[in-house]
Design a protein around this ligand. Structure first.
Ligand code: IPM
Ligand code: MG
Length: 369
């Protein structure tokens, strides 16, 4: 009997449905060719869901997510202007994405920053800086910190506005993410770069104090400390010097986007959001409303997120490697989608999202046969 898995696909907004369609094709393909069956269903989520159901994260979607073996989440969000049509609390970031993270307690966000030879022509960095390529793993705390703290605004007696937002972390939240990162580092090059801002923030002082304790259980991992602002510079100047990086929520949000920049595009950044019992996988890029529906968006970030799912949720490292290899081979053959074409310094043949995935699946078929 084939092993069966329940997958929930959250299409999201903008280019989300196009990305999700390719993910679904990959699941169909794997179910047909491998000894496994992925039963997926698409559930409403994000701004598109709000306009249809009145909620950006409806109850039925919440229940389906709770019962899923793994979740793929497409990008969410609308343009700045269109977002104003949605009440603040239902906007996809606040009303859907953060509640999803909180509900599933996906506290560890893995964002691999990979620039192998097949992708090197997309990077804006000089050859000397990139060296043999980039292979680092950003691990971002995803359910605490400033993004989840209490937020208040008001007006003082002089009629001037004020605002406060809290940054909260418990010791257990800090320990959990640090242990996850130390484990990841001990399985890789045994180097952990701790990102902090202890020259200003008390939260970083406590974070660093706890790291001294958690690191004791990983004597094989060398821990280095770097201020977050200095890390932003170092990422651009010597990206090859990093292996695993660990950081709190907002630092990770910002530095991981910078990482997309040094690769050439956020379209080259997959990600995994891991909890103790549940996980969801998402491209790190946004919903790109300007190119939605045109079939020109690159599926790499979504497909590589599924490779992460196969590895991390379903213990299928062989299939994960083959999917990753199959999509990199498409790039290696001198092909791209138009959205990424502008970032490359090479003359590439431009194909649609669908054609790009056709080629990926053809490569995969060869590898699996
Ligand atoms: C990300 C995104 C989200 C975040 C937004 C959409 C709320 O930028 O996953 O990095 O800030 O976490
Ligand atoms: Mg972000």
């Amino acid at each position: 009997m084939k092993k069966e898995y329940k997958i929930v696909l959250l299409e999201g907004d903008g280019i989300g449905p196009e990305m999700t369609a390719e993910v679904a094709r990959l699941f169909d393909f794997l179910s047909e060719k491998q000894d496994v069956k992925f039963n997926y269903k698409i559930m409403p989520f994000g701004a598109s869901s709000f306009f249809v159901t009145g909620s950006s994260f409806p109850l039925a979607t919440q229940q389906a997510c709770e019962n899923a073996d793994a979740i793929f989440k497409g990008p969410i969000g609308l343009s700045f202007e269109d977002t104003k049509e949605i009440p603040l609390e239902e906007r996809p970031e606040r009303g859907a994405l953060l509640p999803l993270r909180k509900k599933l307690q996906t506290y560890a966000n893995f964002r691999p920053v990979l620039l192998p030879a097949e992708l090197s022509h997309f990077s804006p960095l000089k050859k000397e800086v990139v060296g043999n390529g980039i292979d680092l793993l950003m691990i971002r705390e995803l359910v605490g910190g400033l993004y989840f703290g209490e937020k208040k605004r008001g007006v003082d007696s002089n009629g001037k506005r004020w605002v406060t937002e809290e940054l909260n972390y418990t010791e257990d939240q800090i320990r959990n993410i640090q242990i996850t990162a130390l484990q990841a580092a001990s399985q890789r090059r045994k180097k952990l770069c701790n990102i902090h801002k202890s020259n200003v923030l008390l939260s970083s002082i406590v974070w660093n104090e706890i790291l001294e304790e958690t690191a004791k259980d990983f004597p094989d991992v060398e821990v280095e400390h770097m201020l977050v602002d200095a890390a932003a510079t170092a990422l651009s100047l010597k990206p090859g010097s990093f292996d695993v990086m660990v950081m709190e929520n907002m630092f990770g949000d910002i530095l991981s986007d910078q990482a997309g920049g040094i690769l050439g595009s956020l379209g080259l950044m997959p990600s995994a959001c891991m909890g103790k019992t549940q996980a969801y996988y998402e491209p790190s890029h946004g919903s790109a409303p300007d190119i939605a529906g045109k079939g020109i968006a690159n599926p790499y970030s979504s497909i590589a997120s599924i490779a992460m799912m196969l590895r991390m949720s379903f213990n299928m490292p062989r299939e994960a490697d083959l999917v990753q290899k199959a999509i990199l081979s498409v790039f290696a053959s001198g092909v791209t989608t138009p959205d990424l074409g502008a970032f490359s310094n090479k003359q590439l043949k431009q194909v649609t999202t669908r054609e790009f995935c056709d080629q990926m699946l053809a490569n995969l078929a060869k590898e699996l046969s």
